[in-house]
Design a protein around this ligand. Structure first.
Ligand code: SF4
Length: 447
């Protein structure tokens, strides 16, 4: 029996895919990368905003075509869309045979057996599992879906921040840290697999430990991971500004293997918007945290994200945000238009903003950020940076990879020439010669 997998959404969802892949292989099934060869396909979905939901449904319908026209026997839907709209999926998408909520990822083998068994008997009965997401076992052995030299580690599940626009707490449940010893064991296993870059993720990694140890314990966890492994690059994604402690700043500053890189979604800067979004902390606190980070860690790379077009966002609010982006010159910034999500407090807010106005504001801010990126990148010409080589492009006859300033899948690349072929996962020194948009170009100087 061959099983195919489509994994959508964020790295946290991708890690659920990796856990399910491991359980499926343990059960003796074969994993196939070719959907056309699969007997069963699992679509692990995302559903936090409209565009993600659309992408999930499009993928399910694409797979449904294989069921009608090829040998595909069953479709299983997992992940956030399954958690949020489980019953609707079974009612409105008759092609789907099974739905597993996020609390049911460890039921994946049972689901495959159920959908394939009933196919043999010709019954129409659907498989539905919606285990309690607040008690599901976190972590577990994984089959890496990232290149062998880079991996994510999910240190907690769920979220307690309750931002007014966000459906994630209702999808993923309350914040739950994984025990430190489990994470150390996992980090060691990943090191043994050849991981050179370990990216730490959760909905809010800075809240790590509060539920389990009664205090913010991210700094302690990072310290232990670098004590117990020799993984050269540890990268931090999804930090929340009001939980950036002095201890964490010191650990990042003083620990050479913690990258001077911080992803910290801010969403806005105007107090009017931050309050309406139920974000913790105001504009002054955010500016102080950024100033402290840059004072303590002068070469820190900061990535952030903003939401424009949140209900009630005035021209003044938006102008304040533009001034803030100009003033702070973030190394990387993503901008999203507000997505009105049912089941979230903001869904019922008055003063919903016109879609075109949202789009215009996003375009203005992205244009501004692109200019800042080009400027900051131009300052890197002539500098030499360490690059984690990802691969070689035989058409362009150039290697490519990422520097410490570039997170996987979301930031820019470094393209570089070398006298000989560089193996993926190797670290090389590259002298930057030119910039094109978000990417850098250079040549290897020393290994
Ligand atoms: S921090 Fe806010 S935006 Fe992020 S997952 Fe939690 S509630 Fe959603």
């Amino acid at each position: 029996m061959k099983v195919g997998f489509i994994s959508l959404g964020c790295p946290k969802n991708q890690l659920d895919t990796e856990v399910m892949l491991h359980e499926i292989l343990q059960a003796g099934y074969e994993i196939t990368p070719e959907d056309i060869d699969a007997d069963v396909i699992i679509v692990n979905t995302c559903a936090f905003i409209e565009s993600a939901k659309k992408e999930a449904i499009d993928n399910i319908l694409d797979v449904a075509w294989l069921k009608k026209n090829r040998s595909l026997k069953a479709i299983i839907v997992t992940g956030c869309l399954a958690e949020r709209y489980g019953e609707e999926i079974l009612e409105e998408l008759p092609e789907v045979d099974a739905v597993l909520g996020v609390g049911s990822i460890h039921n994946i083998v049972e689901a495959i057996e159920a959908v394939t068994a009933k196919k043999k008997k010709g019954s129409k009965q659907k498989y539905f599992s919606h285990e309690d997401k607040d008690t599901v076992r976190l972590g577990g052995d994984r089959v890496l879906t990232t290149p062998e030299y880079a991996a994510y580690i999910k240190i907690a599940e769920g979220c307690d921040n309750r931002c007014a626009y966000c459906a994630i707490p209702s999808i993923r449940g309350k914040f739950r840290s994984r025990p430190m010893e489990d994470l150390i064991t996992e980090a060691k296993q990943l090191e043994a697999l050849g991981v050179k870059e370990l990216t730490v993720v959760a909905q809010d990694i800075t809240r790590y430990g509060l539920d389990l140890y009664g205090k913010y314990s991210l700094a302690e966890l990072l310290h232990k991971i670098t004590e117990e492994t020799s993984i050269p690059w540890i990268r931090l994604l999804y930090c929340y500004p009001d939980k950036i402690t002095d201890e964490l700043i010191a650990e990042i500053r003083d620990n050479p293997r913690i990258l001077k890189y911080l992803d910290m979604p801010l969403q806005h800067i105007s107090d009017h918007m931050l309050t309406a979004m139920n974000r913790h902390g105001d504009g002054r606190m955010i500016r102080e945290v950024l100033a402290k980070l840059r004072r303590e860690i002068p070469d820190i790379v900061v990535r952030t994200t903003f939401i424009v077009g949140f209900p009630g966002e005035t021209e003044e609010d938006f102008c304040e945000l533009c001034e803030f982006v100009k003033e702070q010159r973030f190394d990387h910034a993503g901008v999203f238009t507000y997505s009105r999500e049912e089941g979230t407090p903001a869904y019922d807010f008055e003063d919903q903003i016109d879609e075109q106005v949202k789009q215009d504001r996003m375009d203005i801010l992205m244009r501004m950020q692109m200019d800042i990126n080009e400027d900051l990148n131009r300052d890197k010409i002539g500098k030499t940076v360490t690059v984690l080589c990802e691969d070689y492009d035989p058409v362009a006859e150039v290697h490519f990879g990422r520097s410490a300033a570039d997170a996987p899948e979301i930031d820019g690349k470094v393209y570089f020439k070398a006298e000989s072929r560089i193996a993926p996962g190797s670290m090389v020194r590259v002298k930057i010669r030119k910039v094109v948009d978000y990417d850098l170009y250079g040549v290897v100087v020393t290994k």
